[in-house]
Design a binder for this molecule. Structure first.
Ligand code: TYD
Length: 211
């Protein structure tokens, strides 16, 4: 594989969406390889349909293992249809969330276990790992407040409706992953201004783009 696989992770309300918009322009200006920008849950037609099922607040009764399996199923299709072919062509790929999200949201916060979530995802992605993961670190309460205040027209999805304690566990899960693989993560303090978050991220990511 010649392309570089970059993921962006963080708790809800960390500011991934805004960062990604700016990062895309910066990467495209720096690196001549095409950049495929994608997201999870979703990223391919089947996976986007699964996303609807996962995020609608109509399904508040979804079982945690069902949730983990649907996420892994969507991810499988996303990897097979989009991510792997892009990397094999030599394109770079930037994904808003990937396996780490399942490990922390389902494994840690839902409490079904980190190891079991790692296992179903290893079945789904067959060893595919990001080369680099940007982690936007923000306090759970700060993140959730941002979501509530930023766009009052946008309704909250099923996972955002979880309480602060759930999102505290999400953050704890990320910190465990970073301890396990410090070299893969670029950790950014996302309580800074949008501008500072971008500047710091770009300063630290620029040199790590695989030439
Ligand atoms: P996302 O679209 O990234 O929402 P936001 O931009 O608001 O953070 O993700 C939607 C929700 O899905 C988010 O609460 C995180 C959750 N999620 C999981 O629980 N497990 C996963 O594997 C993924 C990819 C997302």
């Amino acid at each position: 594989m010649k392309g570089m696989f970059i993921t962006v992770e963080g708790p809800d309300g960390a500011g991934k969406t805004n960062l990604i918009k700016r990062l895309v322009k910066a990467i495209e200006a720096e690196d001549t390889r095409p950049l495929v920008v994608t997201r999870e849950p979703g990223g391919s037609q089947i996976a986007e349909e699964i996303r609807e099922i996962l995020l609608t607040p109509r399904h508040m009764n979804m079982d945690p293992r069902t949730e983990a399996l649907l996420l892994a199923a969507g991810r499988r299709q996303h990897v097979v249809e989009k991510i792997r072919p892009a990397l094999e062509r030599g394109d770079n790929v930037l994904s808003d969330r990937f396996v780490d999200s399942s490990i922390v949201y389902q494994g840690q916060a839902r409490g079904i276990g980190i190891d079991v979530v790692k296992e179903i995802n290893s079945f789904a992605v067959e060893g595919l790992k990001p080369d680099l993961t940007i982690y936007l670190d923000v306090d759970a309460e700060v993140g959730l407040n941002r979501i509530k205040h930023k766009d009052s027209n946008r309704s909250q999805d099923r996972l955002e409706l979880e309480k602060v304690a759930f999102h505290d566990e999400v953050r704890k899960g990320y910190h465990t992953l970073i301890e396990e693989e410090p070299e893969r993560f670029v950790v950014i303090d996302a309580s800074q201004s949008e501008e500072d978050v971008f500047q710091e991220t770009w300063r630290r990511v620029k040199d790590r783009l695989i030439k």
